[in-house]
Design a protein around this ligand. Structure first.
Ligand code: SAH
Ligand code: SF4
Length: 359
């Protein structure tokens, strides 16, 4: 048995032919799954009984089991169980006029950023294409008729360290025969693996989606301390490849900057960040993410006043900068807080700290 959600259109056409089915059925079947969100072969009414039997004998659809939902005011965190017993997390965020789904690409992460809860347990394994997609499918099926139109790869894991699986999941998300999301509404966020960003820029599918890069520090020295990956992917090489990134005019790369009290939140840090961007102001926008606390990490969030001061310096230097007040911080769903932790412990900690944190 295989997961039908691991196939793109071309692969499924070939696979069906091997089973003795007409190739054109592939579009029909994928239409049921990705357009009508009907994943039960028995309900695919325009497929003959015989063919449905063949499908059931050969394919599964869902590799993940939805275990738990934790609701907050403006977001919902979903916990899934993989078939080998690990937990995968996704967060659905209600924005003013749309829904954004934050998906995970790995179980854990090997990159080891010092401020990130996902890093604490290290990497367990990559998620497969079908496991990435299934986060979308389960949640979309649950909330119908509302539709998810935005996807960000900002959950657990480093998407570009799991390139092939992420690529195929993105292909299924943005293809007309798949979920058919707008390419401009899918964002891949990376810690800045230079070779993989180059690969993305040359890839007909991946170069069309939004690139977000976690910069987090304006100097090589500080970045190396916060993000060990910077030792081998240094800031100047990273900035050079981003400045050369072949986006059409007007399209911007998002630079994410987790702002941490006493570490990278000074006005002079903002000034250094502005210098780093230099004359390429129209190629970038900066997303300031107030640090989200974790009981096992020693950092703190700066005051809102300091965050806005930082933003003002960027503005004064002609750089677009937004402050993203994390949605979902109250349920540990915010970016950088996803972690394969015990849900009970999470609740206890949440209750203990209730009222002590701002969102
Ligand atoms: N691995 C990818 C994508 C997942 S992390 C990456 O690093 O880009 C998604 C975002 O969460 C990154 O921008 C990261 O810098 C940020 N992040 C990590 N830990 C955080 C924390 N404790 N508080 C706020 N943001 C955090
Ligand atoms: Fe991995 Fe991203 Fe967390 Fe760094 S910030 S450890 S790359 S998930």
């Amino acid at each position: 048995m295989e997961y039908i959600t691991s196939y793109n259109l071309e692969e499924l056409r070939e696979r069906l032919a091997k089973l003795g089915m007409e190739k054109y059925r592939a579009v029909q079947i994928l239409g049921w799954i990705y357009k009508k969100f009907q994943t039960d072969f028995d309900h695919m009414t325009d497929i003959s009984k015989e063919n449905r039997k063949l499908l059931k004998e050969n394919f599964f659809v869902h590799p993940l089991e939805l275990k738990e939902e934790v609701q907050a005011e403006d977001s919902t965190k979903y916990l899934f169980r993989t078939s080998d017993g690990y937990t995968v997390e996704s967060v659905l965020i209600k924005e003013r006029d749309h829904l954004t789904l934050c998906v995970s690409s790995q179980i854990g992460c090997a990159v080891g950023c010092k401020f990130c809860a996902t890093a604490i347990d290290g990497l367990v394994r990559n998620l497969r294409t079908e496991e990435i997609l299934d986060q979308f499918l389960h949640i979309q099926m649950k909330i119908l008729p509302q539709r998810i139109r935005n996807v960000v790869f900002m959950g657990m894991g480093e998407p570009l360290a799991n390139y092939e699986n992420v690529r195929k999941a993105v292909e299924i998300m943005v293809s007309p025969w798949g979920i058919d999301l707008s390419k401009r509404r899918v964002s891949v966020s990376t810690s800045g693996i230079v070779a993989q960003i180059k690969r993305m820029s040359e890839d007909p599918i991946m170069k069309e989606v939004n690139l977000a890069v976690s910069i987090n520090a304006p100097s090589q020295q500080l970045r190396e301390l916060l993000m060990p990956i910077s030792k081998t992917n240094d800031l100047s090489t990273l900035m050079k490849i981003l400045k050369d990134y072949p986006y059409p005019k007007g399209r911007r790369i998002m630079l994410e900057y987790v702002i941490i009290k006493g570490i990278n939140d000074k006005e002079e840090d903002a000034l250094s960040l502005a210098r780093l961007i230099g004359k390429y102001k129209s190629k970038f926008k900066v997303n300031l993410i107030p640090y989200n606390p974790d009981p096992d990490l020693p950092y703190e969030r700066p005051s809102l006043e300091d965050i806005y001061k930082f933003q003002k310096v960027l503005w004064e230097n002609g750089i677009s900068a937004f402050v993203r007040l994390s949605k979902g911080v109250n349920i540990f769903g915010a970016c950088g807080q996803l972690r394969k932790r015990d849900v009970i412990k999470l609740r206890e900690w949440k209750e203990e700290k209730a009222g002590l944190r701002s969102s």
